[in-house]
Design a protein around this ligand. Structure first.
Ligand SMILES: [Zn+2]
Ligand SMILES: [Zn+2]
Length: 284
């Protein structure tokens, strides 16, 4: 499996010189299968605009899985030439939730007077679908979808496996909603552990430092310490800090990564545009 970070930022885009290296676009990850095709994309933040370049100008044909419907996970939709394209065929999945069919739920935020066009006005062939919790076969990947605590609407974490390697994706997660937990940043609860167990790579909400957290815990995000603690607890092979706070500068992220150097499992911070080849575990 190969993944490309199209957007790594949380909450709102962060343009400007202090953010150029780790990137300012919001959450979006392109997933390639071993045949070299990208038929699965996680979240549709403003990073989705990069998908056109990632696909070398070809229209997207595949599944777009949203973790939830907050702006920073949907605002790339009408601005991506890869999906707003006469040749595109996109099945967009949102977590199953009350409130009507998925297209109508999307249209609440994407229609006049909030926005000039409705979801159906994007070019290409669109299917808007609810995804239930549980195991699914989507575009040749085994996808486990489980609800995790966040804030303001149903939120899923995903585990995506191609039979060789497994990716756990939890960009927005507020375990503190369930209590303080062993380390004070929320418990390592069952759904989070199931999603991450033995994963080759974990992309996790890393919005706050432990110093920032007490004043901002009510925003519905995790600490860097929690992301790394969950990875260690569940046996992940690599923890990638993701959903960087929009105020977090490149310099600060460099310092955070340096502070965790030598940790087991290894810790890095997601860089917009970065390509990661998720390697298979070498047999013991
Ligand atoms: Zn978010
Ligand atoms: Zn969110």
């Amino acid at each position: 499996m190969r993944i490309v970070f199209c957007g790594t930022r949380g909450s709102t885009p962060a343009p400007g010189v202090p953010f150029t290296r780790y990137g300012g676009q919001t959450s979006c990850v392109a997933v390639f299968s071993d045949d070299g095709e990208c038929r699965l994309v996680l979240d549709a933040g403003t990073g989705l605009r990069r998908l056109g370049a990632v696909l070398e100008g070809q229209p997207f044909r595949g599944a777009l899985l949203l973790t939830h419907l907050h702006w920073d996970h949907t605002h790339g939709l009408p601005f991506s030439g890869a999906v707003d394209n006469p040749g595109a065929q996109t099945s967009m999945y949102i977590p199953a939730q009350p409130g009507g069919d998925p297209e109508e739920i999307m249209a609440r935020a994407m229609s006049p007077p909030h926005f000039p066009i409705r979801p159906r006005e994007m070019r290409g062939d669109w299917r808007f679908l609810h995804l239930d919790e549980g195991s699914h076969d989507i575009e040749g990947f085994a996808v486990l979808a489980l609800e995790i605590p966040h804030k303001g609407g149903t939120t899923y974490g995903y585990r995506v496996s191609d039979g060789h390697t497994a990716l756990a994706y939890m960009p927005d997660h507020a375990p503190i909603a369930l209590g303080e937990g062993r380390d004070g940043f929320g418990p390592y609860h069952d759904n989070a552990l199931r999603l991450v167990e033995g994963a080759d790579i974990l992309l996790h909400d890393s919005q706050y430092t432990r110093e920032e957290f007490p004043a901002r815990a009510h925003f519905g995000h995790s600490t860097i310490d929690y992301a790394i603690g969950l990875g260690r607890e569940a046996g992940a092979r690599h923890v990638v800090l993701f959903h960087h706070d929009p105020s977090r500068s490149d310099e600060q992220l460099d310092g955070i990564v340096a502070a965790w150097r030598g940790h087991d499992p290894p810790v890095s911070a997601a860089v917009e545009g970065e390509v990661i080849e998720v390697a298979e575990r070498t047999p013991a």
